[in-house]
Design a protein around this ligand. Structure first.
Ligand code: NAD
Length: 457
């Protein structure tokens, strides 16, 4: 294996030299990153297409474009984000000035998954750079073409003591996690997230875990079913269903279930035609192992539409399944593919219980025109983030931070949250030498105690 420690040593020396503390330096690096994306847009689109046949439109809209917007936002705001922030002074510390200095953690490690190979590698990197860290980035081995392109483009533009891409698999990633980084940002599965957290605990390395899980989608009877079905179908089948925040399953009120199923069937035809295998817009499954796993789920319930597969090209049709029970295997783990189980519910309380009986989801979507239903869901279900009457599109707003809760991870990023994620807040109090208020010093007496009680009551 390559000498990973040598790269970290170089980055550590570079960070200590203080160059990344300069806001101008950070802005120059962010501009470089943007230039890579702008100058190599077609190359990157082609490499992602080679990896899993994702369309140019989806690669631009769900990856390149989102990173560029985040970079623009960071360039515009990093100076104010990084400013020392004064806070007020309580009477016990009078007279003094109190302030918070935001400082970079130092040497950051970013480990990315395969499913949005540009976005999930580079969007955390925007935060790392804006906050003044150096970074080592380990993209996924399952998108070899995109990961190699990122490695090449980044090594052509950046000094490796500031930013280095390490290609490799679990072995390299695991070795990196055991090294002395100051911060780890991991996006991936809950299984690997647990391993990373155990390794990070050995060194007490702070970390963010962006994990997955089963994100539910609720359709209430007051919803506009046609529009709901279209937005759910888009969010489910974009990227071939391989999206961490895709609706994993739908819970629809029983009285409108039949109509909803008709609507979603029609939406799939609208999106991908009668033969989705021929559509240039529908991606393939990333690997044989994932193809096998997903194909195994197709035997459950009653297929309403889809169900066709092609192992040669790893094609699985956009599939909707009815007559699923909560104990079926498709309801156990995150599906992470183009298979959508639809289950009915009688009352909103039953719906809330179904979700709350499971690990807390990364995303939740509710389709309703009933304000009380919306309020009830927001009040009684904990989830990472989500949308009312839409799916996934909330990620297009960099004012909304993004992250999980419970089993779907912790920590958040996007926009300013990315800067905060990669920063430590250093709280400082500054006092003049005079006056030196004597009350806190021993010897103590009742008079002092009574005075303190009056102040602190
Ligand atoms: P994964 O956990 O298998 O791999 C992610 C990364 O971890 C890869 O770069 C891999 O090389 C590395 N890795 C594997 N084993 C490791 C180990 N022992 N130690 C350190 N690193 C290791 O995930 P994946 O299959 O690439 O991605 C799919 C999963 O990611 C899904 O569960 C999905 O929900 C989740 N995901 C979450 C988000 C989010 O933002 N919350 C986004 C996308 C994907």
């Amino acid at each position: 294996m390559i000498d990973l420690q040598a790269y970290l040593n170089k980055q550590r020396a570079f960070f200590r030299a203080g160059k990344t503390k300069s806001i101008d330096y950070r802005i120059r690096q962010l501009k470089k990153l943007k230039k890579i994306l702008v100058d190599n847009e077609q190359l990157l689109i082609d490499e992602v297409h080679k990896d899993f046949r994702k369309s140019a439109f989806e690669t631009y809209v769900t990856e390149i474009g989102l990173v560029i917007t985040d970079i623009n936002f960071a360039i515009k705001n990093v100076e104010s984000w990084a400013k020392q922030k004064p806070v007020s002074t309580p009477i016990v510390n009078f007279p003094s000035k109190n302030f918070i200095i935001t400082e970079p953690y130092g040497n950051a490690l970013i480990i990315a998954p395969w499913n949005y190979p540009i976005l999930l590698a580079l969007q955390p990197l925007v935060g790392a750079i804006a906050a003044g860290n150096t970074a080592i980035l380990k993209p996924s081995e399952l998108t070899p073409n995109t990961s190699a392109a990122l490695e090449q483009l980044i090594s052509d533009s950046f000094d490796e003591e500031f930013l280095k891409v390490i290609l490799g698999s679990a072995e390299e990633a695991s070795a990196l996690v055991k090294m002395d980084f100051d911060f780890i940002f991991f996006t991936g599965s809950t299984r690997v997230g647990k391993i990373i957290m155990r390794d990070a605990a050995e060194r007490l390395t702070p970390l963010t875990l962006e994990l997955g899980g089963k994100s539910p989608c609720i359709v209430d009877k007051s919803a506009n079913l046609e529009v709901s079905a279209k937005r759910i179908a888009w969010g489910k089948f974009v990227n071939g269903g391989q999206t961490c925040v895709a609706p994993d399953y739908v819970l629809v009120e029983k009285s409108v279930k039949k109509e909803f199923l008709e609507c979603i069937k029609a939406s799939i035809i609208q999106l991908y035609g009668d033969e989705p295998e021929q559509s240039p817009d529908f991606p393939r499954i990333i690997s044989d192992a994932h193809f096998e796993r997903l194909s195994g789920l197709l035997g459950e319930g009653k297929i309403i539409t889809g169900g066709q597969t092609n192992p040669q090209t790893r094609y699985i049709a956009p599939t909707v399944i009815d007559e699923i029970s909560l104990d079926d295997p498709v309801m156990e783990d995150e599906i992470f593919g183009p298979i959508l189980p639809v289950l009915g519910y009688e009352s909103i309380d039953e719906c809330v219980s179904i979700i709350n009986d499971r690990p807390r989801p990364l995303a939740l979507y509710v389709f309703t025109s009933d304000q009380e239903i919306e309020n009830h869901i927001m009040k009684f279900i904990s989830f990472g983030g989500g949308a009312v009457n839409d799916t996934i599109a909330q990620l297009g707003n960099h004012h909304l931070s993004f992250g999980g809760v419970g089993a779907s991870g912790f920590g958040s990023y996007h926009g300013k949250a990315s800067f905060d994620c990669f920063s430590h807040q250093k709280s400082v109090m500054k006092k003049p030498f005079w006056p030196d208020v004597p009350i806190r010093y021993a010897p103590y007496d009742d008079l002092k105690l009574n005075l303190v009680k009056k102040v602190l009551k």
